[in-house]
Every structure is written in C-alpha cells, then in structure tokens.
Design a protein around this ligand. Structure first.
Ligand code: ATP
Ligand code: MG
Length: 564
C-alpha cells in the first residue's frame, strides 16, 4: 500500500488523556482515534493488525473443531429475562427499545442468544458435542472506560460456546480450547500466563483467565517462582502451616489504648508485632453481617468469604453499620465477649494464635492475652485470607510472587447454568430430555492488540511481532524528488509485492527525517530505505527490534530478506 493513499495520521505529541503506553502509541502512530468515551475508530493500520490476530484465532478455532457463525448484536430482552441476567447484569448492559416499545440489549456476550438458537435446532445427543464461535463487536457500558482499547465500551471479542451431553466431553473441549488459547497468545507474541480464576458470579466450575503480563494490568496474579502454578490473587489458596506452640494461656486482660485504632498503632502502642494482633472486620453479606478474623499482618480475601457464605454481595460494613451492630468504632471491634449476634469466621492462621491482642468492643480499649481456642466462639476456621508474596505456593513448589496482568481471554465451564434456566435440552439415548452441558470461551481481540503494544515498544514507538505487524516491510523513498531514489523505490515496491510481501511504501513528499520518525513509530519489523546510494543500487535495511542496519545491494535484497 502506498502511504500517500492510505490514512495514517501520526502525531508528534503524546495525547493528554492517554495514560497507558499502548493507548499513547496507538494514537500517536495513527492506528486508532477515539470517537467518544470508550468507543474507537480502528484506522487502516489497526484494522490490518486486527485482521492478523483474527486470522490466527480462526486457524486455532478450526483446529479445536469450532465452527464460525455470526449472531445478532441486538438481542431481545425476553431471552435475558429467561436467564435472569436482565435483572442482575446492571447498568453495564446497554438497553434500548424498538418503535413498538419492546426492550432489547446490545450484546455484551452471547450465552442467551446461542442457548436460544441451539435449543430450538438441536434435539438429539447424536449432534453433540457442538462448538460454535463468532468474532464481533460487543457492548458494555463500563463504569470506567480507560487505557484506550484495553477497556472500551464497544470492543471486538471472539466468543465461543460449546454444548455437550457429558462432563467428559466438556472437559475434552475445554482442554482443546485451553491449548488453542495458549497457541494463539504465543503466536501473537504475548508473554502470558493462564491463571486459575473465580467462577462464582457465573455459577460455573473450572475457569482460567489468560493474562498478558503488564504493569498496566488491573489484575494481580500470584504465581510460583519455580512451577507453572498461577492464580488470580483472589483465587490462590493459602497453605496453612501449623506451627508448634507450647505457650500457656495467660489471663485475659482489658487494657486502655486511647486513640489507638489501626493494627499498626495497636502493635506499636503495646510493643508487639502486628502478627500478634487479631484483625476483626465486619462484613455485610447480602442482608446479614459476619465478623471475619485474620492475623494482623494478613488481609481478608472477600472472594473466599463470598464463596464460603454463599452470598451474592460481600462488602465491608460502613462505620455507621459497625457503630450500630457492634456498638463501637471499627478500630476497637473484637471477637471476645461480643454481644452482637453475628457469626464469626476466622482464617486458619488465627487458630493457633496465643495470648494475642484484639479489640474490646469498647472505645479506647483492647484485650490482651486473647486465646481464640478459649475466648472466641468461631463458627468456622478456614482459608479466608489473601495470599502474600513469599508464601508457600499452593502446589507445594516454590514461593509466591505477584505480577500484574491484562485479562486477554477466558475459558469457562458453564455447566448447566444457562441450559437449565432457559430449558435447553436434548434427548439422550433413552429418549429422555436432559439439559445440555455448556462451556464458553472469550478472547478480547481489540484488548489483545493493545496488550501486544504494551509488551512490544520502545521510546521511539511500537515494535510489532512479525505475526501481527500491519505490513511485513516498510519501504522508504527518502527523497521523492530525486529520480534515482524514486525509480528504485517504485521498482522495489513492485518486486517485493510480487515476492508475496505485504509492503507499506512511503512515497510521500516528506523529508527523510519525518519518514524515519514515522517509520519507527509505526514499528514494522523491517525498513528498507532508498537513499543517497540508490544510483549504485544500494539500499539500507534496518531491523526495528534490534535497531541494527546494513547496506544491501538490490540484487541480493530479496534473498537477504528471505533469510532473515
Ligand atoms: P474484565 O474483568 O476485564 O471486565 P470480563 O471478565 O468481564 O473482563 P469476559 O466476560 O470474560 O470479560 O469477556 C471475554 C474477554 O473480552 C475478556 O477476557 C477480555 O479480553 C475482553 N473484554 C472484556 N471486557 C472488555 C472491555 N471493556 N474492553 C475490551 N475488552 C474487553
Ligand atoms: Mg473474564
């Protein structure tokens, strides 16, 4: 493609509203433009990258036995009412009415639509398993659209859905998809980790998220420094190591701790370690309250709490709620002689604590010599804390470290969540109706594009991996007014295309400096410049990634490029 004919509006300035590097670079290099908050134009270069990512995805889906289709974006409310999500999805679901007042949603995901399609067409176990996918724009009215394409309100997703008559068959497809995802993210050049994720909200069982490692990632991954173990921080189990403790229980004592509210302050005031204090936090779980105990140096993991009590919503109780329920300030809440009728759950590490410090449920007072085994009536001791760096890895190998990740994909065993709610059944071998077993598998295509840029850039611009680069080669005629340079570049442009390369030809009447700067910004893998030595038939070949360059004679150019 001739650069004079396409549309690559590069910028020298960093756009003021762009925080993430990928957002800045994609705007500056002329790949994207914002239309309105969270909604973007994919300009010609981004469109090419998207097509390359999609083609890698399509090949892997084909290998995994998934067939492509295209479903409606506009979805009638009835299906969402059947699944129940019309009422639970919240304001992220873009809702609208047609001229007759009937309600619709713009698809944020397609479980309802595909379940309604398959239930009316597929009747026999003989037609199962079936895996279908599409690549399409999705709509979610995100509370905080940000980081450009990383969190948009309209974005491109590949979404696949599988239907089965047995759990073994679901496992089989899940594993195939897992492999496909690993291949896809490797091929597009991402440094990623599949991590164990939370399946709570969607009511399924197994699920993994594929995380591109990056500082701008919004998720924290806990991974082992020696094994392949990796989990979302909320999902990482903590291995409880019981320590031998021969301390004798001392007598409970109430001490005056004026204005001493945080664990840090209490520990400093009483000259003990934070780990010798019991942290007592009141949570609201749906309509009830529970008190959760952890060691002072640990944090409550509210996903574990949510799963333990089976609640829809878990949140910290407000100061007002604490005052009302417990009758004291949050800083003085404790589990001893608690008058409020709330159940107490404690993390395993609290179990073995002896002669510890805890709030006395009275302003400016704490207890010392608290022994949970003696003084506290705990409903259940279980794993309730967030894992920390340095903890033993849950698989027993190595220790835990943290990294930030961008969720680029997710695979999910839905089970019968949708088929039961929407009555999607098939007839088994005995002619009996059974709910279909389902899986779903998403990839954020536009988010993946941004994640690639997050991982592949330098101070000059983007450095595209060859597999997804918008073009293979950037051919520059440094001075279009110079006949030798212009002619050589034109000839090479035709030759390289004939050889099967996808070439971006900078034929603009711009200065060489402008062309070099734009070329580095755009970041194609190889740059070929026709400059001063064009008359001798010599061009410069430069590699974007290594920065190395070399003069090559035109006769050897094709074979040289083919080699590298
Ligand atoms: P997140 O937790 O980041 O909001 P999600 O878990 O809600 O994402 P899924 O429902 O699993 O997202 O959607 C499948 C994939 O679509 C995600 O793995 C992600 O790559 C992509 N995706 C989700 N929301 C967005 C968005 N707002 N903008 C761009 N891509 C998105
Ligand atoms: Mg997800």
């Amino acid at each position: 493609m001739r650069q004079s004919l396409t549309f690559i509006p590069t910028l020298r300035e960093v756009p003021a509203d762009a925080e993430a590097k990928s957002h800045q670079l994609l705007v500056r290099a002329g790949f994207i433009r914002q239309n309105t908050s969270g909604i973007y134009h994919y300009l010609p270069l981004a469109h090419k990258v998207i097509q390359h990512i999609q083609s890698i995805v399509r090949k892997e889906m084909e290998k995994a036995g998934a067939a492509e289709l295209l479903m409606p974006v506009m979805q009638q409310a009835e299906m969402w009412q059947e699944s129940g999500r019309w009422y639970t999805y919240g304001p992220e679901l873009m809702r609208m009415k047609d001229r007759h007042g009937r309600e619709f949603a713009l698809g944020p995901t397609h479980e309802e639509v595909i379940t309604s399609l398959v239930r009316s067409e597929l009747k026999s176990y003989k037609k199962l398993p079936l895996t279908l996918y599409q690549i399409q724009s999705k709509f979610r009215d995100e509370q905080r659209p940000r980081f450009g394409l990383l969190r948009g309100r309209e974005f491109i997703m590949k979404d696949a859905y599988s239907f089965h008559s047995s759990l073994e068959s679901l496992d089989d497809t899940y594993n195939k998809m897992f492999t496909a995802y690993s291949n896809i993210f490797s091929k597009v050049g991402l440094d990623f980790r599949p991590v164990i994720a939370d399946s709570g909200a969607m009511g399924g069982k197994d699920t993994h998220e594929f995380m591109a490692l990056s500082e701008v990632g919004e998720d924290t991954i806990a991974y082992s420094n020696t094994s392949s173990y990796a989990a979302n921080i909320e999902m990482a189990e903590v291995v409880y190591q019981e320590e031998a403790n021969s301390a004798t229980f001392k007598e409970l004592e109430k001490v005056h701790t004026p204005q001493v509210k945080t664990i840090q302050d209490v520990a400093a005031f009483l000259e003990v370690a934070p780990s010798a204090c019991i942290k007592s936090v009141l949570f609201k779980v749906d309509d009830a309250y529970v008190l959760v105990l952890t060691r002072g140096d640990h944090e409550v993991n509210d996903v574990k709490l949510k799963n333990l009590v089976g609640a829809q919503l878990v949140e910290l109780a407000s100061r007002e709620e604490v005052l009302e329920i417990i009758g004291t300030e949050p800083g003085f809440v404790g589990p001893v002689k608690l008058e409020a009728e709330v159940e107490i759950y404690a993390d395993l590490a609290v179990k073995g604590m002896t002669n510890a410090v805890a709030g006395a449920n009275e302003s400016d007072f704490h207890y010392v010599n608290v022994n949970p085994a003696r003084d506290v009536s705990v409903k259940e001791f279980t794993d309730l804390r967030l894992i920390q760096e340095g903890d033993v890895s849950p698989d027993g190998e190595g220790t835990i470290q943290f990294a930030k990740g961008i969720e680029v994909g997710q695979v999910f065993k839905l089970g019968m969540r949708y088929s039961e709610a929407m009555d999607a059944t098939y007839l088994d071998e005995n002619g009996r109706a059974q709910p279909m077993i389902m899986g779903c598998y998403g990839i954020g295509i536009s988010r993946t594009l941004s994640a690639i840029v997050e991982q592949h850039h330098d101070e000059k611009g983007i450095i595209w991996p060859e597999t997804v680069a918008p073009y293979d080669l950037h051919l520059l005629a440094l001075n279009m007014k110079n006949d030798a340079q212009k002619e050589l570049a034109e000839t090479l442009y035709e030759r390289l295309k004939e050889e099967g390369y996808d070439v971006l030809f900078d034929d603009r009447r711009e200065r060489a400096g402008v062309k070099f700067t734009d070329s580095d910004l755009i970041g194609l893998p190889i740059r070929i410049s026709c400059g001063k030595r064009s008359e001798e038939g010599i061009v410069e070949v430069k590699f974007r990634k290594s920065g190395e360059s070399q003069e090559v004679s035109v006769d050897e150019l094709i074979s040289f490029i083919r080699q590298v």
